[in-house]
Design a protein around this ligand. Structure first.
Ligand code: THU
Length: 155
């Protein structure tokens, strides 16, 4: 088993990623839940890719912000350009225009699994910053999804 790298960050880097997530939340398409979520992924070279939730009239087809961000980072080429080194994730959510003002939003179970896929591929254990009105909850992805099943299990 290979050990995942666990980088650390300055407060400014964390805050910049949270701002990117909040801006992404402003682009959510969430007319049904009216709960706007933004996610921002930070790669090793400092590049940031964001996503917002995209709902559907057939509710079950809705896409979470984190999943949209993972899709974007792969399709944009940033993941490959960075050798798969996903270093941090910021997540925020709330009513339109108020992301980060309500309860702290942590990635849902499915999104933890989706994030784990690219983290395992790149060999990182990214920090996950969950935005909230009274501060930021910081956890490693491995804490949010312990004993994860991932690509390594299929080798
Ligand atoms: N949502 C996300 O985008 N990410 C999560 O981790 C939790 C939930 C979205 C899905 C749905 O559009 C809305 O939030 C309410 O559940």
């Amino acid at each position: 088993m290979t050990t995942a790298s666990s980088p650390s960050f300055a407060a400014e880097q964390r805050d910049a990623l949270l701002v990117a997530a909040r801006e992404a939340a402003g682009r959510a398409y969430a007319p049904y839940s009216k709960f706007h979520v933004g996610a921002a992924l930070l790669m090793a070279d400092g590049s940031v890719v964001t996503g917002a939730n995209v709902e559907n009239a057939s509710y079950g087809l809705s896409l979470c912000a984190e999943t949209v961000a993972v899709s974007a980072i792969l399709s944009s080429g940033e993941f490959l350009r960075n050798g798969g080194k996903l270093e941090a994730v910021a997540v925020t959510g709330g009513a339109p225009g108020a992301a980060g003002q309500g309860d702290i939003v942590t990635p849902c179970g499915r999104c933890r699994q989706v994030l784990n896929e690219i983290a395992q591929i790149g060999g990182t254990d990214p920090l996950v910053w969950c935005d909230g009105p009274d501060g930021v909850l910081e956890m490693r992805l491995s804490e949010l999804l312990p004993h994860a099943f991932g690509p390594a299990n299929l080798l």
